[in-house]
Design a protein around this ligand. Structure first.
Ligand code: DPM
Length: 404
């Protein structure tokens, strides 16, 4: 079954009403008070026709199938990416293919205790492998640093706000984490957030909360268990829930997850047409920062099961990466930073390059810049390992394993 949405995307096999509703809601746009990167440029069918002159109409239109998780946030993100692609490549017809993943089905356990990598990606990658879709839109932070063989991240789009945000229950909307009474329960299932916030706010308790964004917010507002939730600001902003953000956590309070706030599009490594198409929406600064972050995590062999966190910035040609590892209770930590001067003047790569950096293939960017950012992540990780990060991570993993 196929349905065409207002702006021309096809939603294939959208058995669940939820997907259709959320997509049509999307077409009605995003609040103008959100970040400018969010502003949705609507291109509807009539506009497309103007771009495609009549005499060309006999040529078959290229169709690109875009895989997505079914959650409302995932569909928002996929539509956001399809809108970017359509703006740059209006003659192509885009079809969104929503799918359910294992991670979407297991809602009663914290992610760190499920113990399987690729929770939110496996089913989608099978569809990519089988040629049922041409690309998949993911939150970069949900993608492991090593992808299945033959798959690459073909583009990383401009990053949304990468920080974590505090959302209070409405009756505590005037609170701060510091002013909350002793023993107040804050909801998050992220080991990274808990470890860091326990250090900064030892008077608080942390409890796991799962489910998609709307479910979590409903639990916050109605259950009475939690006084606040910690959520990625990017997800809230993308879903037009920016009003629920009471505060943003500073990097001193809480470093963010590797890749947080960035969207990544995965495709087959040898699919040159799709890689070329994706080059039109890739953001160089985000790509460079995220390769450094991912290579930091890869060198530490971090992941969901141990608290690893980062913060990066690019100031002219200076790429700075701050990274930390934490014990689960936050009592131990090693945090350091590293900087590298990168020559960002070289924009395009001349060579036809098949290399990928922590799963990111960006043949359209200068490869030496990407190599330098990868090296910065490795250097910072080695510096932390030198200071004893391995013991902290091994202990954290063992503890997490025994809690499963
Ligand atoms: C990963 C983590 C979480 C998600 C772990 C972490 C949060 C889990 C939780 C790797 N993926 O951050 O330390 O709170 O139970 C996820 C979210 C987004 C992508 C939601 C969120 C949206 C933001 C983005 C879940 N994955 O973090 O609040 O696109 O970066």
């Amino acid at each position: 079954m196929e349905e065409q949405t207002a702006n021309g995307s096809f939603v294939k096999d959208a058995g669940e009403k939820e997907s259709l509703v959320s997509i049509s809601e999307l077409q009605n746009g995003i609040d103008s008070k959100s970040d400018s990167s969010l502003k949705r440029q609507r291109t509807d069918a009539t506009e497309n026709e103007e771009v495609e002159p009549h005499h060309k109409k006999s040529r078959p239109t290229r169709r690109v199938r875009v895989g997505s998780r079914r959650s409302q946030l995932a569909l928002f993100q996929t539509n956001f990416v399809v809108d970017l692609l359509r703006k740059k490549n209006p003659s192509i017809q885009y079809e969104i293919v929503p799918m359910t993943t294992t991670g979407d089905q297991i809602l009663n356990k914290p992610l760190s205790k499920i113990g399987e990598k690729s929770l939110f990606t496996k089913e989608l990658e099978v569809a990519l492998q089988n040629g049922d879709v041409d690309m998949i839109v993911h939150s970069l932070k949900d993608l492991p640093t090593s992808l299945p063989s033959g798959m690459v991240i073909g583009a990383i789009c401009k990053r949304e706000n990468p920080y974590d945000a505090v959302v209070f229950r409405p009756d505590h909307s005037k609170s701060t984490l510091r002013s909350l009474p002793n023993g107040s329960v804050v909801g998050t299932s992220s080991l990274r957030r808990v470890a860091q916030l326990r250090r900064a706010y030892p008077h608080l308790q942390f409890q796991s909360v799962r489910g998609n964004l709307n479910t979590r917010l409903r639990k916050l507002d109605e259950d009475g268990t939690y006084v606040a939730l910690i959520l990625a600001a990017a997800g809230l902003i993308r879903m037009d829930l920016v009003d629920r953000i009471s505060a943003e956590l500073s990097p001193e309070e809480c470093l963010y997850a590797v890749g947080q706030g960035a969207l990544a599009i995965e495709c087959k490594a040898d699919d040159q047409d799709t890689l070329r198409l994706l080059s039109s929406i890739a953001d160089q600064e985000t790509t460079v920062r995220c390769i450094a972050e991912r290579s930091f995590m890869k060198t530490l062999e971090g992941g969901c099961s141990a608290p690893v966190a980062v913060c990066s910035s690019m100031d002219n040609d200076k790429l700075t990466l701050k990274g930390g590892v934490f014990s689960l209770d936050g009592s131990e930590s090693i945090i350091d930073n590293a900087t590298y001067s990168i020559d960002i003047s070289t924009k395009e790569s001349e060579e036809n390059n098949n290399e990928s950096f922590c799963g990111v293939a960006a043949p359209y960017f200068c490869q030496c810049i990407l190599q330098q950012s990868e090296q910065l992540g490795i250097n910072l990780a080695n510096c932390l390992l030198h200071k004893g990060a391995k013991a902290i991570l091994t202990e954290a993993r063992a503890q997490n394993e025994s809690l499963r």
